[in-house]
Design a protein around this ligand. Structure first.
Ligand SMILES: Cc1cc2nc3c(=O)[nH]c(=O)nc-3n(C[C@H](O)[C@H](O)[C@H](O)COP(=O)(O)OP(=O)(O)OC[C@H]3O[C@@H](n4cnc5c(N)ncnc54)[C@H](O)[C@@H]3O)c2cc1C
Length: 520
């Protein structure tokens, strides 16, 4: 997967496309896979890097959502549990099951959560991940050795899925590419065109790297711009009313010692009635999230002080060694693309299902939903878009479509597990040049070959792409990532032909972004 091959595909389509997808997050890339696998001609454009929006900033859980069960949204939970199961089948190198423990400090909690979690398990049916059960106090502490013991009665354990969101997304982009789609990062949709009847029939686009402008004609345009969806809808219809209610969620990342063991903590009711997770992730502890209404979506949202305080205080109620501000290795924020359903002030009560909205202009917007349900959202969206565009009817084939790098025993690949079968290619790079096996930083597991691989085969275009989304350095340990930037610029510069000025510019740009992930 590389940019020149993508441009060659674009130049090979002067007559236009069946579908142009705007937005390269989980939703858009999912649509590109689905449409290309059915045999439609698809172009996807992303204004920044794949996953720069919300899709690299999630809690990284492939889950049904225990909270939605409590809200009585059984349909949503069942759908997500099925998708969780399909994701594990189709991308076993990228998804793993994880034990979640709900610690109990009151007598009524064990039977209450025990029954709820049994129902959650039953709803998964043949897509189940593992048996939930009530735990004694000792068993709870075996799962969570660093849990606060004061007043602890026991717990309940259940199983859900965990994945690395940005890495899954890159493998999904490669899957779409293999199915015939053209996908371009750093290409922004700047306008939409309409035919004589007023139907959207193409996209004006700009290559952000070169300023080159081009036009892509389309039988149907799909708006998969997440929290930015209303902007594209306004390009199609200046009178379009807002549908997105943006809500911010943040995570804090700490050393793995704060959450010893292999299990995660799930707190079903925080002091403000939300769910909080503390999860082992890539050798660190990930804690989140919040749900704070914000005025507008931005590409690089910043955590608010009250969100940071809230997570620190809540984590401190459950962890024997309460994390402090100075223990935070990285802080990151993302914006939920919630869809306005009713007149409600609380974002926690807004629709979490996906919505496919067709404007009068024929622009198809696919909004909301969850990472976990991206495949189902894509199927639904392509079904409707193909009908609208009067494309020949072709059934969805993604239920059992393997994601790029599929490997049924990826554990044996060690630190390169998430690359799946690509790990062998990365190892070959190291065999041909032993220096590429060197670590980029003592605090993180990444080696130089991963940078070369990302520049050659994963369309990484900047130091930030490598440190934030091809590796997860910035999300795991922001200061370490800042220290890695010069070495990454050197390696990328050799691949992409950067001169000294360009390398310096890349490092400076990364420092500006990276500073937002450090707590002062
Ligand atoms: C804090 C948090 C935690 C979450 N945790 C989970 C979880 O654990 N599990 C789960 O299933 N879900 C989770 N979610 C939900 C999930 O992350 C989102 O539903 C999903 O990532 C949304 O993907 P998207 O593709 O719709 O949006 P995005 O990922 O935001 O993608 C939209 C893209 O459109 C691009 N774009 C915008 N305008 C243009 C333009 N004019 N031209 C070209 N491109 C454009 C943007 O740059 C962006 O990359 C979480 C969400 C948040 C906020």
């Amino acid at each position: 997967m590389n940019r020149s091959e993508m441009w060659a595909r674009v130049e090979g389509h002067p007559e236009g496309w069946d579908m142009v997808v705007v937005g390269g997050g989980a939703t858009g890339v999912g649509v590109a896979i689905d449409a290309a696998a059915r045999g439609y001609e698809v172009l996807l454009i992303e204004q920044s890097d794949f996953g720069k929006g919300t899709s690299s900033r999630s809690t990284k859980l492939a889950h049904g959502g225990v909270r939605y069960l409590e809200q009585g949204n059984i349909g949503l939970v069942m759908e997500a549990l099925k998708e969780r199961g399909l994701l594990l089948q189709n991308a076993p190198h990228l998804v793993r099951d994880l034990a979640f423990v709900v610690p109990n400090y009151d007598w009524w909690e064990a039977p209450f959560y025990g029954i709820g979690l049994k129902l959650y398990e039953l709803l998964a049916g043949k897509y189940g991940f593992g048996s939930s059960r009530i735990l004694s106090r000792e068993e709870t502490l075996q799962h969570l050795p660093t849990l606060k013991t004061e007043g602890l009665r026991g717990g309940a354990v259940y199983y859900d899925g965990q994945f690395d969101d940005a890495r899954l997304l890159i493998h999904m982009a490669a899957t779409a590419f293999e199915q015939g789609a053209a996908l371009l990062n750093y290409v922004e949709a700047t306008g939409l065109t309409k035919d004589a009847q007023g139907f959207v029939n193409g996209v004006h686009a700009r290559d952000v790297e070169t300023g080159h402008e081009f036009y892509a004609a389309a039988k149907v345009v799909i708006n998969a711009t997440g929290a930015f969806s209303d902007r594209l809808r306004l390009m199609a219809e200046p009178s379009a009313g807002a549908m997105i209610v943006p809500s911010q969620g943040i995570h804090l990342v700490f050393d793995s010692a704060f959450l010893a063991g292999e299990s995660a903590i799930m707190v079903p009711h925080t002091s403000d009635g939300r769910v909080l997770f503390a999860i082992p992730w890539n050798g660190h502890t990930l804690v989140g999230t919040t749900d704070t209404p914000v005025q507008a979506a931005t590409l690089e949202p910043v955590a608010m002080e009250e969100e940071i305080d809230f997570i620190l205080a809540t984590a401190g109620q459950y962890l024997s060694h309460a994390p402090r501000r100075e223990d935070v290795l990285s802080v990151f924020a993302g914006i939920r693309p919630l869809v306005r359903a009713t007149n409600t002030a609380s974002t926690a009560a807004l629709a979490r299902d996906h919505v496919i909205h067709i404007d009068r202009s024929g622009l198809v917007s696919v909004m909301g939903g969850k990472w976990t349900t991206y495949r189902h959202m894509a199927e639904d969206c392509v079904d409707q878009a193909a009908t609208l565009a009067q494309l020949p009817e072709r059934p969805c084939v993604t239920h059992h479509l393997h994601i790029h790098g599929f490997h049924s025993d990826a554990k044996q690949l060690g630190a390169l597990r998430a690359y799946g079968s690509d790990a062998y290619e990365i190892r070959k790079l190291i065999e041909s040049d032993a220096s590429l096996g060197e670590a980029l930083h003592p605090a993180l597991p990444y080696v130089k070959a991963e940078v070369v691989w990302a520049a050659r085969n994963e369309m990484a275009r900047s130091v930030e792409d490598v440190l934030a989304r091809r590796t997860r350095a910035l999300f795991l340990n922001a200061r370490a990532a800042l220290e890695m930037a010069p070495a990454v610029a050197e390696l990328m510069g050799a691949e992409l032909g950067w001169n000294e000025g360009m390398k310096a510019g890349q490092i400076a740009a990364f420092r500006a972004v990276g500073a937002k992930y450090c707590l002062g």
